[in-house]
Design a protein around this ligand. Sequence first.
Ligand SMILES: Cc1cc2nc3c(=O)[nH]c(=O)nc-3n(C[C@H](O)[C@H](O)[C@H](O)COP(=O)(O)OP(=O)(O)OC[C@H]3O[C@@H](n4cnc5c(N)ncnc54)[C@H](O)[C@@H]3O)c2cc1C
Ligand code: FES
Ligand code: FES
Length: 482
Amino acid sequence: MSKNENIVKFMLDNKVVEIDFEKDNISPTTTVLKYLRKTPEHKGVKEGCGEGDCGACTVVIADYDSHSKLHYKAYTSCLIFLPSIHGKQIITVEGVGSSDNMHPVQSALVETDGSQCGYCTPGFTMSMFALYKEYQKPSKDVILDALTGNLCRCTGYRPIIEAAEKSCVRNGKDHFSDNENATVETLKKIRKEIPSVKIETKKQKYFLPATVKEALELKMKYPKAIIINGGTDVALRVTKKKELLSEIIDLTGILELKYAKDEQNQMVFGSGICLEDVRVIVKNEFSALYDMLSIFGSKQVRNRATFGGSLGSASPIGDTAPVLMAYDAILVLESLQGTREIQSREFVTGYRQTQMKENELIVAVKIPKIDKSEIVKSYKISKRKDLDISTVSSGFRLKKSAKNIVEEICLVYGGMAATTSRSKQAEAFLLGKEWTRENIEKAMKLVDEDFTPISDARSGAEARKIMARNLLLKFYNDSICN
Ligand SMILES: Cc1cc2nc3c(=O)[nH]c(=O)nc-3n(C[C@H](O)[C@H](O)[C@H](O)COP(=O)(O)OP(=O)(O)OC[C@H]3O[C@@H](n4cnc5c(N)ncnc54)[C@H](O)[C@@H]3O)c2cc1C
Ligand code: FES
Ligand code: FES
């Protein structure tokens, strides 16, 4: 065994920490939250829900980009396994400031009375710290978005929002700013020393490869291994279902999967780019995707979740699939034998079944640019706007002639069947017809015939049918208002 096996290294606040999973008898699927709570100096981080919903466990992870610039992002530490933070700086509420030298966001929280019982305060502090570092004078919308993933049962939020408005005005300058070059150098040194992580304990194997090639070789050797791209789905199998995951290939350390390329006719995204970065990039070109990502989870979840995970899981209620199918996106799959492309509309073959082979990984998603005359919209119905899973979602696309005749139509629904599915009968009926309310009302009846949804905790089957019909009507109304 090489001397670096079973070891991960990272910066915890300003200190380099090394964990030897075998010697220290730690499971590699220990979450960052559980690890921190066990260290005497980091009890500030709190556990609320253990599933990404409350934000009490928020920490900031700093990582450098291709220009060696450090970026600070907020994450819920209950959704991150320890090996994933190898070569990164994790900043906790203890590191952000101290009682005699508070960080500006902490001082503002004190001044505005932004804390009462205090349980949520470390989490809010860290979300606000990430905002402070990345934005100068953020708008109210940006502040609300940054704090959506944090719940407070006491304050009513107003003083917390005020604290963010008051403090995020100094261009991110603070005691971290002076050390950034040194931090980047330290992180680079760690990754040079241990580029990829291999952990083997008695019960588990956990790999954190540094390249796609390495990941594919591992996939070949361990075809049943669980893949993690952002881990926001997989982490719950450990924190909620208490599963012992015996083989894991964690792609979070592969920089070559985290990119976005603007090509003439399409945009290409690496499967590991986080959905928050995608959201920012697609705002103008793919507004329907932007709209859907703006109500996807919370900022902490989007900072972590990826296209690879949202498509690879083939969830029938996943929010990216309907809109990507409407855009006619293409998935790029890679194995050691080469790459192949599959239409997103054909990728899923059954409940959580896809065309992907055991030795393949999703490495990229290509989204063709649309003609300006086409209309693409996305809709999501859930019990609440933020941090909720869809009851019914949809991605719709329409191309019509100057004479108002439907030339192309794609009506994709999530939450209506075992897979994300098109309303084939409604599409066939509308094709070649005039785009009128009368025809839409006829098509709505066919949407009904196309689906036999289930009743579950989110909704009854009949309600789902009503939602699906009405979403088509909404699309029509929105299309004529354009
Ligand atoms: C608090 C919270 C809120 C959420 N809100 C939403 C929401 O609003 N909308 C929504 O749709 N989802 C939501 N989710 C679910 C989850 O965030 C999404 O499904 C997310 O897109 C998963 O992406 P990931 O990268 O984290 O997946 P991971 O957990 O990393 O992976 C999930 C699965 O995808 C497969 N996979 C991952 N990467 C690849 C790859 N490169 N190649 C092949 N297969 C791969 C693997 O089988 C893996 O098991 C939420 C989850 C939480 C915890
Ligand atoms: S403990 Fe609630 S989000 Fe992590
Ligand atoms: S201050 Fe009590 S939960 Fe926020």
